[in-house]
Structure formats: C-alpha cells, structure tokens
Design a protein around this ligand. Structure first.
Ligand code: GAR
Length: 265
C-alpha cells in the first residue's frame, strides 16, 4: 500500500480510545495515520492528546450552536441543501410520536452543526471516520454525505456495552445496574439509529460480586483499547463486507438489516 490509510476521528472527552489508536498507528500495528481529530466540546482533553502528536484538530461547539438557535431560530443558518422532510423520513433517532416542535428543532440544530463539521473536515481527506467517545448522535444529513456508497459504510463507533443491549449514553452504568454477570464493548458501523448499526466486533468481561461501576469501566476500557484498533485494521485491510439479511419477527413482520461479514485473512 503506497498511500497511508487515513483515519478521521471525532471525540467528546478524554480520548483514551483515540490514544490507543494513535499508539497502534505509531507502532505500525495499524498501517495508517490520523488525518484529523474533531470535537463537539472545546474542553475535550483528547484534543490535547492529538496536538501532542501533531494531528490537526478542530471544534464545532454543539452546545453553543444549539443554545443560540433555540434563543433565535434563524432559518438562514440552515445549510443550502437542507431538506427537512427528507431527513425526517430517514432518521430513526427520534420516535414518531415525539413532539413535532422538538423533532424539528433537533433536526435543524443538528444539520447546522453537522454542516459545520463537514466543512471543517473538508481539508483533510480520510478513508474511515471513527467516533471515539463522540457523544452526539449523527443524523442522515451528515451520514449520507460521508457514506456515499451504501454498500461501503465508513463511519465506525465504539459503544461501552454488548449491543444490542444497553444502547445510549451510559453503557457500563446500565450493564452494572441491571445486574449483568457479563459486560463488554462493541464496535459497529453507524446507521440512522442510536447504536443500531452493523456489528463489527465485540469483547466481553466477567462481572464479579465485588466489582463496582468503577472496576467495570476499567475492565471495559482496557478491552476497548484492544478492540477498536483490531476493527480499524480489518477495515484498512478490506476485510469487512456488509450484506443485507432479512428476518421474520415473532408477529410475522419481515425486516431487513445489514450485517458485517469478516472476510478471511
Ligand atoms: C468510552 O467508554 C466509549 O465506549 C464511550 O465513551 C467512552 C470514551 O472514552 N462511548 C460512548 O458511550 C458512545 N455512546 P475515551 O474518551 O477515553 O475514549
């Protein structure tokens, strides 16, 4: 491979997964490099990690964008190619019975922020975009502009639970509170739902009687740092293929979804 595999990353916090990926690249375990690190949070500690490794960084301050728009809903801020009905019909983040004003504000504010993200990513071409503790849901506005070929998704996420259990923002907390005896982490491609996309890899750990939320997080993170580089490597080596499968629900309804097949070494 002449050209190095280019990884773009979005983060919100401490960036320990980002660090594991930077280290894997620098150690040659991933034959690639970080093209940029972006964040929705100006104070994300992970930005400093990126700067230390001379990786370009940028911030799109979601909190300010959302606050400003709610105070003064100026539709002139919306991207030129914004199409509310189209986004509404494709998104599956919000339930159909969600208050329509709330839905509209959510889709508008995210499209404004996501357009800014796309603009800031533009100078840095990438092959794969990884979400490494990025705590914002992405809408079809962003996803479709990155995933231009539906057969080749290229946005990955790491989630702190064994999906499809415990999607959302507190995977380890939910696993612990439920009294699970096994916890874990999942890497998956992003689709239009919250943590619902095709699963690429998972790792699990035992939960013992004397475990606390803190010890569970420690066990989980240590596995995340192994799993994410492994999954990125599979992608870089062209070993991930998504295929459509259909299945029948108990009520007889037929559903279709994409799953990941890992191709031979
Ligand atoms: C990780 O545990 C990751 O799985 C989780 O945030 C943490 C980020 O840690 N992600 C999510 O919950 C996404 N919904 P890090 O900033 O140290 O990599």
């Amino acid at each position: 491979m002449d050209k190095k595999f280019r990884i773009g990353a979005l983060i919100s916090g401490g960036g320990t997964n980002l660090q594991a990926i930077i280290d894997s690249c620098e150690a040659g375990k991933i034959k690639g490099k970080l093209a940029f690190v972006g964040s929705d949070n100006p104070d994300a500690k992970g930005l400093e990690r990126a700067r230390r490794h001379k990786i370009p960084t940028f911030v799109v301050d979601y909190t300010s964008i959302i606050k400003r728009f709610k105070k003064k809903p100026d539709k002139a801020l919306l991207p030129d190619d914004y199409n509310f009905d189209d986004l509404l019909s494709r998104q599956t983040l919000l339930l159909k019975n969600t208050d329509s004003k709330k839905t509209e504000t959510f889709i508008m504010t995210r499209a404004i922020a996501e357009k800014e993200l796309l603009d800031k990513m533009k100078p840095y071409p990438f092959d794969l975009l990884i979400l490494a503790g990025f705590m914002r849901n992405l809408t079809p506005y962003f996803i479709d502009r990155v995933n231009t070929d539906p057969d080749h998704p290229r946005i990955m996420n790491i989630h702190p639970a064994l999906l499809p259990a415990f999607s959302g923002t507190d995977g380890y907390g939910d696993t612990f509170q439920y009294g699970c005896k096994v916890g874990g982490c999942t890497v998956h491609f992003i689709d239009y739902g919250e943590d619902t996309g095709p699963i690429i890899g998972q790792k699990a750990f035992q939960i013992e009687n004397n475990d606390t939320l803190d010890t569970i997080k420690k066990k989980g993170l240590a596995l995340e740092w192994e799993l994410y580089p492994e999954c990125i490597n599979l992608f870089a080596k062209n070993r991930l293929k998504t295929v459509k499968v259909s299945y029948i629900l108990q009520n007889g309804e037929e559903r279709e979804r994409r799953i990941v097949k890992i191709l031979g070494s």
